[in-house]
Design a protein around this ligand. Structure first.
Ligand SMILES: [Cu+2]
Length: 252
């Protein structure tokens, strides 16, 4: 049970008890030993977009009480999603089984104030006991109850993220959907640098709004000279008004 908005307790399916699951961070070329342990009540799986390994072997459902291990070496630096793909993947993702997997470049990034955001949706139907669970009808009709950053509606609007003026801000932004694209934008600022999928080779400058598809991610950098409040949103404002809005509180 997790809280996804004020007074909304939701029966989530999770990696390690939170939505999103833990941020995993490795380095390009580093050998990763991964083990999924299923302590849950139904079969689950893992799909890590940074890995290039056979789905038919490693991304298969793991039964309750079982585990599955594999090794991989990330070839490309970037920002990736991981998610459960057990059938039906749509329900496992809509219920909260996803997270961010960062592969730093072999030589690392330069210092910055780093923020990790994951956009996702909840389709919440109320139970007789007042709790909420997945409303499959709302999901299949693509009508999210909430669109959120890091699992909670409006959390960074109500509790802004404090950053320092004139110091580089680096935002790792991922989106898992399962329906909505993110049109990520910071009001009052431009992205000095945008890296599609977070790979230093995919560099653009001066972007205003970037597209982050379901199952995709990006890294953006910006430096804000003037103190003040700078909202960040998905510029698809129907979704921003459903909870995908936050604030950077820039202090001197
Ligand atoms: Cu699952």
């Amino acid at each position: 049970m997790i809280t996804i908005a004020p007074g909304v307790a939701y029966h989530a399916w999770t990696f390690n008890g939170t939505v999103p699951g833990p941020v995993l961070r490795v380095r390009q070329g580093q050998l990763v030993h991964f083990t999924l342990v299923n302590n849950g009540t139904m079969a689950h799986s893992i799909d890590i977009h940074a890995a290039q390994i056979p789905w038919s072997v490693y991304y298969q459902p793991v039964a309750v009480g079982k585990s599955l291990s594999f090794d991989f070496t990330p070839q490309y630096p970037g920002v990736y999603v991981y998610h459960c793909g057990a059938p039906p993947p749509l329900y496992h993702i809509a219920n909260g089984m996803y997270g961010v997997f960062i592969v730093d470049p072999a030589n690392g990034w330069d210092p910055a104030q780093e923020i990790v955001l994951m956009q996702s949706e909840f389709y919440a139907g109320q139970n007789p006991d007042g709790s909420y669970q997945l409303d499959t009808k709302a999901l299949l009709s693509q009508q999210p109850t909430y669109v959120v950053f890091n699992g909670y509606a409006n959390q960074y609007r109500d509790n802004p993220i404090t950053v320092k003026a004139n110091q580089k801000i680096r935002i790792f932004i991922a989106n898992i959907g399962p329906v909505e694209f993110s049109a990520f934008h910071v009001i009052g600022a431009l992205f000095s640098d945008y890296y599609a999928d977070g790979d230093p080779a995919n560099h653009q400058v001066g972007n205003q709004t970037i597209t982050v598809p379901p199952g995709g991610a990006a890294m953006v950098e910006l430096t804000i000279p003037a103190a003040g409040k700078y909202p960040f949103v998905t510029h698809s404002f129907v979704n921003a008004s459903s909870g995908a809005i936050g604030v950077l509180n820039v202090v001197p």
